[in-house]
Write a protein that binds this ligand. Sequence first.
Ligand code: GLV
Ligand code: MN
Ligand code: MN
Length: 444
Amino acid sequence: MKRRDFLGQAAAIAAVPLGAGPLIRVAPLLAWSRARPPAPARADGARVNRWLALFDQIGRTAGGINRVAYSEHDLAGRAFTLDLFRQAGLTPRIDAAGNLIGRVEGTDRTLRPIVIGSHIDSVTDGGNFDGPLGSFGALEVARTLGEQGRRLRHPLEVVVWSNEEGGVIGSKLAVGDFKAVDIDTVARSGKTIREGIGLVGGNVAALEREARAPGSAECYLELHIEQSGLLEKAGLQVGVVQGICGLRFFEVTIEGFANHAGATPMDERRDAVLAGARFTVAVNDAIRSEPGRQVATVGRVVPTPNTRNVIAGRVELTLDLRDLDAVKLERFADRFRRVGSEIGAASGTTFSFRESTRSTPAIADAAMMEAVEASASQLRLSHQRMPSGAGHDAQEMSHICPMGMIFVPSVGGISHSPREFTKGEDVVNGVNVLLNAVLLVDAR
Ligand code: GLV
Ligand code: MN
Ligand code: MN
């Protein structure tokens, strides 16, 4: 896609109000209806619900699901998932970035693979559906096709991406987007990405050699929970993703001066916590100061020495910035750096910014959206086109092939929370939409 077309589409999607305005139900194109098999195929969605229930026991703590990438619980989750690959008749392999991959050959050796998948790692104190739904859904599609003796023309590849929650790291590295990842960044597990990749069976030295080339896949389709509550509010069963916001992750370090909390006069302090608090408020004010759906979050704040009677000499915080418009992201990133210098100058502290990850906004492919719509229509499920505020591995795959995503409701739009929940019937719907979308793409 030419850059101008892309930006035009991004702007058009960004202009659609989230959670407001008319519902869009787009009829499937004639091309898909001609290719349509007589009746929709059905996967064993109950099986996916059973896998999700079992998976809920891995990494469940008092705070929520803790399967953060490269942790012990992530390793346990990967072992569980590798077993599901084998049960589906796939022989899994681990690529250089630590992603799990299984492949079924198609009947036509000249065709490129249809790739489906998602992730299984979680945020700290997260939920059980963000990622596992699409990963297990993809495994169920492969298993159903095998059990029903439906051999695709295209090869089918199931991928469970590694470290999605750290900034779509596994998929970024798999598509060769190396500049966007600093692999020496310390991940949530306390290990660097480099260490983590080694731990899960990847091979940093082979990343470049194994990178997926543009045009090397027929398409990428991902099933995921919808994390804004839009589907639920609209009473709809399926979301057809139009585009995924780009993101910029920064690690911000504020240096002040550690000193006695009782003995240091208020006007002689160089308080890094106070500067961090001012920065957090300023980021929030700035991001809300113009119209649009851009969001910015200070999510993690770590003061040093982090104790009651010492003014903090240092604060490390994370800044997460997202929008569908890359130009706007750049503008806000510059603005936040400026805000940091101003607060630093006024408070005797210094701000330094390190960008640890960035993703460009991604637009879904028109034919993939139509395939998802046609699939949902065949299954008589209500659907609507919508953008994704959350990041997904699909955004990285969009750099090398046509991309599409299927959303099903998350109750209350809650996600990245232990209260994240998707109803069993929505799980079944999502898997069936994925299955039939794959069949439609295969048949065209
Ligand atoms: C992943 O869920 C993200 O959007 O951070
Ligand atoms: Mn997530
Ligand atoms: Mn996810």
